[in-house]
Design a protein around this ligand. Structure first.
Ligand SMILES: NC(=O)c1ccc[n+]([C@@H]2O[C@H](COP(=O)([O-])OP(=O)(O)OC[C@H]3O[C@@H](n4cnc5c(N)ncnc54)[C@H](OP(=O)(O)O)[C@@H]3O)[C@@H](O)[C@H]2O)c1
Length: 182
């Protein structure tokens, strides 16, 4: 039987923000140790699923297989640079069957609407990195529920995920990582 494993990845501030009020990633959320961890995880994944803006902002020099969410896609389209998927026109089950017929591990690096969508589809794991001591007032929240005052931890716990131990990946800050698993 084919197995699909869905892993989310985000680096957030103490107030669960992934970007600043303008929608850009501030330097306070850029961290070399987190980036190295994320790249190694992408190397273990069969597919990266991300929003159009993230796709356009991050080149893909390793030509990793990507699926880009966009309202411009007619269901599911194979374009030169990636698969393009519009969830309003095709279900996740049908889309992933076409893209990964053999199954595999899937990395989901956001942004917020993509993180929200996969809460409903179901994460098998969520790799939550925190830049401790950083706050980003009026920034873009990890999940829309965080904008309504719920902590990221509560959102993940409600969806049946359990936190692993806090691992410090960079003493300066510090920057820590918790992997939440089903
Ligand atoms: N800290 C972190 O871990 C982290 C993670 C991710 C992103 N970020 C940062 O967060 C900022 C915000 O990213 P973002 O959320 O604006 O961009 P994004 O998710 O990369 O792209 C948003 C676009 O994706 C498409 N999309 C997303 N969900 C969709 C859905 N359910 N159905 C159809 N299309 C969908 C839409 O494209 P169309 O307009 O083509 O319809 C939408 O405009 C960026 O600065 C990014 O670098 C940070």
């Amino acid at each position: 039987m084919k197995t699909i494993e869905i892993h989310g990845y985000a680096i957030v501030s103490d107030d669960d923000r992934i970007a600043d009020a303008s929608g850009a990633t501030p330097d306070s959320l850029r961290n070399d140790a987190d980036w190295a961890y994320f790249q190694a995880e992408l190397d273990r994944s069969a597919l990266t699923v991300l929003g159009r803006l993230g796709h356009e902002a991050n080149r893909n020099p390793k030509r990793r297989l990507r699926m880009v969410l966009s309202s411009s896609a007619l269901g599911l389209e194979r374009r030169e640079d990636a698969w393009w998927w519009n969830p309003a026109m095709m279900s996740w089950a049908d889309a992933i069957d076409a893209v990964l017929p053999e199954g595999g591990r899937i990395a989901v690096p956001g942004g917020r609407r993509v993180f929200d969508l996969f809460l409903d589809i179901g994460y098998d794991a969520f790799h939550l990195t925190r830049a401790e001591g950083v706050r980003i007032p009026r920034g873009v929240a990890l999940f829309s529920a965080c904008e309504r005052g719920e902590a990221a931890e509560e959102v993940l716990a409600k969806r049946g995920l359990n936190s692993g131990p806090r691992q410090v990946i960079d003493e300066s800050g510090p920057v820590s990582l918790r992997v939440w698993r089903r």
